[in-house]
Design a protein around this ligand. Sequence first.
Ligand SMILES: [Zn+2]
Length: 255
Amino acid sequence: MGNLDTLIQDLVIANRILARKEVVDAYGHVSVRHRENPNRFLIARSLAPELVGPDDIVELDLDGQPVRDEHRSLYLERFIHAAIFAARPDVMAVVHAHAEDTLPFGIAQEAKLRPVIHSGSFIGTEVPVWDIADNFGDTNLLVTNMEQGRDLAKCVGGNSVALMRGHGFAAAAPTLIEVVRASVYLPRNARALMRAKQLGGPIKYLSSGEIAARNRGYSPYSVETWRAWEYWAKKAGCGHMLTRPNDGQSHVANR
Ligand SMILES: [Zn+2]
């Protein structure tokens, strides 16, 4: 199987995992940068992630336009991905989702989403919030052009995730496996923080030293990380599509 085929398979797995983990439903999407041409990325056509198969993957440029004749509908918000890939050469994979547990932290002005559990350390000390109204006034809240996408990418900055006020989040990572992991654990961290706040009293967040220690110890292709990817893929019904990092190029070359 060629490099591109394994990358497409991995992207299908990512779609199915995010659906199975209820990070996405009918809406939300995941993309991966093209390996040979960094000015392109792969993403599904307009379809619920649970239903995505290899034939549904399309190739877009960094303006969010298809590189080949494409008569099928595309995601309206593909510009989120295009703009983040354009702004961040280090980013190889992007997720946009509307996960409900993250939403309160984009709405409540005083409540910051910060890491409180070990698996939430990737979010940094605090997640920035992008408000489309700041620069675009009254919209339907969707990111439907490059100008809006670039504004969001600016808010993401060098971070791994930004919340989108009243809408959802955008996550970016150096590999597909990491962006899926981040998108699974972001809502979990949000849930834990919300429940801890309900218990009352001061909240104990991860310290910057703990965040640094977690990041130092993390490797996207470690046995521990692969264990989660393999488990999630099998639970999502696509274990047969897995390519192990040591018997294919897909994961290693992705880095
Ligand atoms: Zn959206």
